[in-house]
Design a protein around this ligand. Sequence first.
Ligand code: G3P
Length: 217
Amino acid sequence: MKFFIDTANLDQIKEAQDLGVLEGVTTNPSLMAKEGITGEANILKHYVDICNIVDGDVSAEVISTDFEGMVKEGEVLAALHSQIVVKLPMIKDGVKACKYFSSKGIRTNITLVFSVGQALLAAKAGATYVSPFIGRLDDISTDGLNLIAEIRQVYDNYAFDTEILAASVRHTMHVIDCAKLGADVMTGPLSSIEGLLKHPLTDIGLSKFLADYNKGN
Ligand code: G3P
């Protein structure tokens, strides 16, 4: 399972990249706004800055909701950098735009996916990635991880190439569960990745090793 970080914060992206396990970045208009990045020129520049930090795919989201607008925006985004993946919403025109981009060899990420039927449509339209939002399903008392399992089953039944990018990951157990269920990628906050490091027996064991070494030196 590939590790992506879900943020537009350059410091956090650098930190994850320095750890040596980062394989991509996802962003969305809310994450850009959170970092105070507004205005088309600044947003486009920020995508390039992100690409220059990370070795891997960087999802850049369109804000148009009609086919023509999505195509126009997506082409600008894709031309920014070879690592850019055009992120499109799971609506009718988003599916059409996905089909258009896949026929042109431009990579796509279909976002705001909340059902297996939506994921099936994304795969049929040739999406590179499909982004089921597991945390937001959990928020409304619906099992987000179950959606990952269902999509995995359907995609495996027909050997679809579309990669399952588990999104709206909120914590470390989501990361572990996504890996158990066979998600191809997970995207979450830096804390969800760093949480994987933690075990009290590691800390206790290391202290003891160091204390024993120091006894003889
Ligand atoms: O990757 C999708 C993500 O940005 C949404 O996460 O935590 O706002 O549901 P969240």
